[in-house]
Design a protein around this ligand. Structure first.
Ligand SMILES: C[S@@+](CC[C@H](N)C(=O)[O-])C[C@H]1O[C@@H](n2cnc3c(N)ncnc32)[C@H](O)[C@@H]1O
Length: 422
C-alpha cells in the first residue's frame, strides 16, 4: 500500500514538473532532424545510392514537390476525393516529413497539458498491468509516435525516482487504418527511433487493416484511444460513424480526438461531444478543452472552437517545409480537439472547475476601425459571453481565467490572469 501511495505521488510530481514537458519536447524536436528526416530518405530512397547519407537541402527540395500537392489536397478539403493518397510512396514520404511532426506535436501538447487524464494509466502501467492502446486512422502512427515519446520519457524519470524495481506492463498498440502500407512505414520508423529502449521491448504492435467504425463496434476495452485527423475523412460523417463512436465509448477509458482547426471539423467534434453527453450523461468526463458540460456556445454561428497552442517546432527541416508551403508562422500549432474520459472518471471535478473558471474561446476581436476597443468571447453554456478588454489587457484563445477576476460587482475583481488549472 505504501508503495502505491509513493507511486501516485511520484507520477503526479513528474507530470506536473515543467522539466518533464521540456524533456519530452526537446527530445521530440531533436528526433525530427536527427532520425525522422534521414529515415524517410533511406526508407523511400528512389535509388540505393541515397541510403545511409545525411538528409540535405537537395533531398528536401525533392520531397517538397509532392508535399505541395498533398498540402493543396488537404487545404482544399479534397482528401475525401483522394482517399487512397497513402497508396503512393511520394505522398507517404512527404506526409511523414511534414504532417507527421506537425500532427504529433499536437498530440504531445494535449498529453502534456494536464496530469489528470494519464495519471491512472501510468499507475496501472508501472504496476505491471497490460495497457491497451488504439490509434484509429493511424496513418504512419502519428499519434502513437507522440505517445511513445511521452511514455518513454516518463518511464526514464520514474525509474530514476522510484527506488524499488517495478514491473512494467506490456503496451498493446492497435494500429487501425484502411491502408496497411502506411502503418508498416510507421512501424519501421518506430523501430528505428526507439531501438534498444524499454518502451520498444514492452510493446506489441497489432496491425489492423480495418475501417475504424467497424473496429469500434467489437467492444474491446482500451485504456486510451486516439483519433488523429480522421473524422474529417469520413465522407458522410453521420449515423454510422456516430453510432460506432457511441458504441465504443464506454469501453474506452480515455479518448482523444485531434482534428484540423477548421469550422467543419470543429462542428463535428461539438456534435460528438453533444451526442456523448446526451447518451452517457454523468458517465462522460471532459478533460479538455471545455470546462462545462452544457450546450456548446460555438455549435453554430460565425466562430468555431479551435486553439492555437504556443509551440515552436524547433527543427530545421520542419521549418524548411513550412516556408516551402508559404506558411510563415512557426510559433503556433492550430487544432480542434476533444479529450474525453468514460465512467471510470468522475465528472464532478470539472463541474467544480467550471464554477470558478471560464475559457477564452477567441482571440481579441476589434469593435471599430480605430482598433482601440476589443473584446474576447468566453465559453459560457449555450451563448458565448463578450468580455471587453481593458487598455493593454491581453487575453487569447485557450486562456483559462477565474470568473471572479472579471466580475465587475466583485471586490476581488482584478485583471484576469490566464492559467490552465492542473
Ligand atoms: C490525414 S491521415 C491522418 C493520419 C494520422 N492519424 C495523423 O494524424 O497524422 C488520415 C488517415 O485515416 C485513414 N482513414 C480514413 N478513413 C478511414 C476509415 N474509415 N477507417 C480507417 N482508416 C481510415 C487514412 O487511410 C489515413 O491514413
Amino acid at each position: 500500500m505504501e508503495q502505491d501511495a509513493l507511486r501516485t505521488k511520484l507520477i503526479r510530481e513528474i507530470l506536473t514538473d515543467p522539466l518533464f514537458t521540456d524533456r519530452v519536447l526537446h527530445r521530440y524536436f531533436k528526433w525530427i532532424d536527427k532520425t525522422l528526416a534521414p529515415f524517410v530518405k533511406d526508407h523511400f530512397a528512389p535509388n540505393k545510392s541515397w541510403v545511409g547519407k545525411p538528409f540535405t537541402r537537395e533531398d528536401a527540395m525533392f520531397f517538397m514537390t509532392s508535399l505541395r500537392d498533398l498540402s493543396r489536397t488537404f487545404t482544399t478539403g479534397r482528401e475525401r476525393t483522394l482517399p487512397r493518397y497513402f497508396e503512393q510512396k511520394k505522398y507517404r514520404s512527404s506526409y511523414m516529413l511534414f504532417f507527421l511532426p506537425l500532427h504529433a506535436s499536437k498530440f504531445i501538447s494535449v498529453l502534456l497539458s494536464g496530469h489528470e487524464p494519464m495519471e491512472s494509466l501510468l499507475f496501472d502501467w508501472t504496476r505491471g498491468e497490460k495497457i491497451v492502446l488504439g490509434d484509429f486512422g493511424s496513418g504512419p502512427l502519428t499519434a502513437s509516435i507522440a505517445l511513445h515519446f511521452y511514455l518513454s520519457e516518463f518511464e526514464k524519470e520514474f525509474r530514476q525516482k522510484f527506488s524499488e524495481p517495478f514491473p512494467l506492463g506490456e503496451l498493446e498498440w492497435n494500429l487501425v487504418d484502411l491502408d496497411k502500407t502506411v502503418i508498416e512505414d510507421g512501424l519501421a520508423l518506430v523501430r528505428a527511433s526507439f531501438k534498444e529502449e524499454i518502451i520498444l521491448k514492452r510493446s506489441k504492435y497489432i496491425v489492423r487493416r480495418e475501417n475504424w467504425g467497424a473496429a469500434l463496434t467489437d467492444r474491446k476495452a482500451y485504456h486510451l484511444s486516439m483519433f488523429g485527423n480522421v473524422l474529417n475523412e469520413a465522407p458522410q460523417f453521420r449515423e454510422a460513424h456516430e453510432r460506432a463512436l457511441l458504441t465504443g465509448f464506454p469501453y474506452h477509458e480515455r479518448t482523444l480526438f485531434v482534428e484540423p482547426a477548421t469550422e467543419n471539423n470543429s462542428h463535428r467534434l461539438i456534435q460528438v461531444r453533444q451526442r456523448m453527453l446526451e447518451e452517457f450523461k454523468g458517465d462522460v468526463r471532459i478533460f479538455g478543452p471545455c470546462l462545462h458540460y452544457e450546450l456548446c456556445p460555438l455549435r453554430s454561428g460565425r466562430d468555431w472552437c479551435h486553439f492555437s497552442i504556443p509551440l515552436e517546432i524547433e527543427s530545421k527541416w520542419y521549418k524548411f517545409f513550412t516556408y516551402g508551403l508559404h506558411h510563415t508562422h512557426f510559433e503556433w500549432v492550430k487544432m480542434s480537439y476533444l479529450w474525453l474520459g468514460n465512467a471510470k472518471f468522475k465528472s464532478t471535478r470539472n463541474l467544480e472547475l467550471a464554477k470558478e473558471h471560464t475559457l477564452v474561446v477567441s482571440d481579441p476581436i476589434f469593435e471599430n476601425e480605430s482598433r482601440k476597443e476589443s473584446f474576447v468571447l468566453l465559453c459560457e453554456p449555450e451563448r458565448a459571453r463578450k468580455y471587453r478588454l481593458g487598455p493593454g489587457q491581453k487575453l487569447h484563445r485557450g486562456d483559462v481565467i477565474t470568473k471572479i477576476s472579471i466580475d465587475p460587482k466583485s471586490k476581488n475583481s482584478t485583471k484576469p490572469k490566464s492559467t490552465r488549472p492542473a
